[in-house]
Design a protein around this ligand. Structure first.
Ligand SMILES: [Cu+2]
Length: 309
């Protein structure tokens, strides 16, 4: 009887352990998808997030291409007026001058950007995402105050940020305890070697790990990232390379060049950091490109083909 009880106890213990393992795994995955929706020039999502790994499903239900990036602010005391009255105006003025091709005036305007903006750290986000599509990205957040933003330009050349596409998000000092599943492919990105990516993505679900070997400001004062784009026979890749530089008058501005569908990716992270994105691929032609001037010359443009089998 004693032996039987012992066996029963052991058996019960094992079953309990298995159930807990399954429950914990399921709980981690289900609880960790943060939904973000854009219907116009907005981000509909939570105001507060846990720190650690978070997976975002960013649904673009609007008529324009967008992305989001998480900018970690250097101080929790930065408030709405610091953004609206002091940060956005020099960006707006500078952009107007650039469109008028008055480069010196543009640089003078950008010179009025508040000094604290130099201390903003980038924690990733999604790549560009076309209307009707959902971008799925996992990023690692530290506690603090963030600004979620999209700085694509509207048809009239103004920043989406100035049309309301920014939002404060507080990341609390309590972690998700979530860690992303292993990726199928790793893309390493650096200012010296561009994209190092030798894998062949497959039909169906693919998960990409993006390793930022370094991060530097390029000619557009911003860093490098990874955007996954599908393209058809009407597409001209040179027009996309031009479009991926916001400093060009029609760059990063609606409409996008024809023949391209943006499927997400990983936005700028600091050097040494890692992010993930996942995407379901059908057959066709694809490319990975950075939102950086002359991405092709920097090795930040790679094409690949997905076949039907
Ligand atoms: Cu936008």
């Amino acid at each position: 009887m004693k032996t039987l009880n012992k066996i029963n106890h052991q058996y019960f213990g094992i079953v309990l352990l298995m159930l807990c393992t399954i429950a914990c795994k399921t709980e981690k995955k289900e609880n960790n998808i943060i939904e973000v929706i854009t219907r116009g020039m907005d981000f509909q999502t939570a105001d507060t997030l846990k720190s650690g790994w978070n997976t975002f499903a960013y649904k673009n239900l609007s008529g324009e291409v967008h992305f989001f990036i998480m900018d970690k602010l250097p101080s929790d005391s930065i408030v709405e007026s610091d953004i609206k009255d002091h940060l956005l105006p020099p960006f707006e003025d500078g952009l107007k001058f650039l469109i008028e091709e008055k480069t010196d005036s543009a640089m003078a305007a950008f010179g009025k950007i508040p000094a604290w903006f130099n201390d903003v750290k980038r924690y990733g986000g999604t790549g560009l995402i076309s209307p009707g599509k959902t971008a799925v990205s996992s990023i690692h957040l530290e506690p603090g105050k963030y600004m979620m933003e999209c700085y694509v330009k509207a048809v009239n050349g103004e920043w989406h940020t100035s049309h309301g596409m920014w939002k404060f998000i507080t990341v609390v000092d309590e972690t998700t305890n979530f860690s992303p599943d292993e990726a199928n492919h790793t893309i390493s990105v650096s200012s010296t070697d561009g994209y190092v990516f030798d894998a062949q993505p497959k039909l169906g679900k693919n998960k990409f790990k993006v390793e930022f070997i370094d991060q530097v400001p390029h000619e557009h004062f911003s860093g490098h990232d990874v955007n996954l784009v599908k393209y058809d026979a009407s597409a001209n890749i040179d027009s996309l390379v031009y479009w991926m530089n916001w400093m060009n008058p029609t760059g990063l501005r609606t409409p996008t060049p024809i023949g391209f569908t943006f499927l997400g990716g990983m936005n700028n992270c600091e050097g040494g950091k890692t992010g993930y994105f996942e995407v379901d691929l059908e057959s066709g032609n694809y490319l990975l490109i950075s939102e950086t001037p002359k991405a092709d010359e920097k090795g930040m443009l790679k094409t690949f083909v997905i076949n039907d089998n």
